[in-house]
Design a protein around this ligand. Structure first.
Ligand code: SAH
Length: 240
């Protein structure tokens, strides 16, 4: 998900370093790794590092700014988050629409999602710098990192709906490319002929169906190697 490198999570004056770490962790679990901090009270700090767990890299890359205006410099789509509706609210975007809208906007530029202070949220002037506001339906305001988690989840879910294979984020192995898959299919066809499973006079749609099966699986290079190893072992056994 390369485009997610153009999503910034912006925290305005966070007062607890632990929250900054928890935010980094929450964002990273949803494949979002850009953190921008506007005047954090205490940063870097050990508590932030501890709470980040395996998102320490996000903290290390975090950009610190002295004003929200500077933090939003290159962003073309800015959404402020607020637990409450205001006197003259900026246009609202429903949480459920936010994810797909973010992905549309990423085709044109950079996106920022802005979060407020633990104590008092975002000021009206800060909300004025946002094009839209969104609210997570809740009976009272969420903890900062919990709010970041919910928003990032919505953005991640919208990406998954477009590209379901992103869910396999645990798997870091490179996907097999088309040439590797073609060699696998040739190898498979040769073995199926050798073991007389594939009848060359009546091949029907067998190879096409198998292609569809393997394509759906989005095989990695490692998996292709395993399958080809099985095919080679089958050939050795058959020829004995
Ligand atoms: N007491 C503050 C709440 C701050 S919570 C207030 O009333 O505004 C810290 C930040 O978490 C908020 O500024 C907002 O960015 C985010 N947040 C918390 N609850 C939220 C909700 N229900 N919807 C959207 N954002 C929320």
């Amino acid at each position: 998900m390369n485009t997610s490198s153009r999503i910034n999570i912006v925290l305005v004056e966070p007062s607890h370093p632990g929250n900054i770490g928890a935010v980094a962790r929450a964002a990273k679990t949803m494949s979002i790794g850009n953190l921008v901090l506007v005047n954090p009270e205490l940063f870097p700090d050990r508590q932030a590092t501890v709470r980040a767990v395996d998102a320490v890299d996000v903290l290390e890359r975090a950009v610190v700014c002295t004003s929200l205006k500077d933090a939003l410099g290159q962003c073309t789509f800015v959404v402020g988050t607020s637990a409450r509706t205001r006197g003259l609210p900026c246009p609202q975007i429903a949480l459920r629409e936010l994810g797909s809208r973010v992905w549309q906007e990423l085709e044109k530029g950079h996106v920022a999602i802005v979060f407020g202070r633990e104590s008092s949220g975002l000021s009206n002037e800060e909300m004025d710098l946002c094009q839209y506001a969104t609210t997570i339906p809740s009976v009272s305001s969420l903890n900062l990192a919990a709010a970041v988690q919910v928003i990032c989840y919505e953005i991640f879910m919208a990406a998954l709906e477009q590209e379901p294979d992103l869910a396999g984020t645990d798997c870091e192995d490179a996907l097999a490319d088309s040439a590797e898959l073609e060699r696998l299919f040739e190898h498979l066809q040769a073995v199926l002929l050798e073991i007389e499973f594939l009848d060359p006079k009546q091949p029907k749609l067998l190879m096409r169906r198998l292609r569809h099966l393997y394509h759906r699986a989005r095989l990695t290079q490692v998996e292709v190697n395993i399958l080809r190893g099985i095919l080679s072992a089958t050939q050795r056994t058959v020829s004995q």
